[in-house]
Design a protein around this ligand. Sequence first.
Ligand SMILES: Cc1cc2nc3c(=O)[nH]c(=O)nc-3n(C[C@H](O)[C@H](O)[C@H](O)COP(=O)(O)O)c2cc1C
Length: 280
Amino acid sequence: MNDHPTPACEAARAAYRARYGGAEAPVPAHWNDALALLLGHRSVRAYLPEPLPGGTLEAIVTAAQSAATSSNLQTWSVVAVEDAERRARIAAWAGNQRFIVDAPLLLVFVADLARAAGIAARRGQAAEALDYLEPALVATIDAALAAQNAVVAAEALGLGTVYVGAVRNHVTEVARELNLPPRAWPVFGLAVGKPDPARPAAVKPRLAPHVVLHRETYDAGAEAAAIADYDTRMHAFQASQGLPREDWTAKVAARFASPASLHGRDRLREALAGLGLALK
Ligand SMILES: Cc1cc2nc3c(=O)[nH]c(=O)nc-3n(C[C@H](O)[C@H](O)[C@H](O)COP(=O)(O)O)c2cc1C
């Protein structure tokens, strides 16, 4: 943006500084309300117990359905769980994460090949390709794209969200709880609710853009120094939020150290096989 410090320029610079957690943030070239919403994203883990206003769920789902979907196959579904006892059961399978109980709504995004299987069966056609990894990936990608549109829609309505990948810790139990048909599995949950203003969430800094943006070909040459710098910026973020100091690099390494660090998801392939996915 130009050097004249209009309010929009100031807002853009502040948003970039927050996103990168440091003064070396790039200068924004463009700015508008949509970019402000996207750059202001933060996961919310503290909710008011209020129900959502009427029509909110439907607005969020229509936004989710507006996402691109591979070949317009629409191989995803979403289960809206409002029942408190069902949310409590899912929370117990998903690492006992308190916000699943506190938020009034849990959306479980489902990679759904059951609908395609049903269509093929009703047409009397074979559906052998459904047993391959590719359609499972397509369905998972579709579910993720739809969910991210749901996140943006919820945030545009002044709500907060947080994904719950931990539903995959016990994917079989969650699938059974939701009465999912064969060939449909929960990819992640999404808690949705009104953020508790007494416990606000902050924008979490990201890696410097040049670490993730490669021009023409992949080049990780300057990566190590930039990642070390990110550890430092995350320490500052953690201190500002009263969080324990932890190297981001240590967290990444620990996450992939052994199958045990996958919290049950090391058995995901077998679990998905049990849900009707051959993943050939
Ligand atoms: C697929 C997926 C699964 C996630 N699962 C969880 C979860 O189970 N619990 C949780 O507290 N946060 C979860 N998160 C939120 C991430 O921790 C969060 O997005 C990340 O720390 C970046 O923070 P931010 O969203 O505030 O920018 C998940 C995010 C994604 C994309």
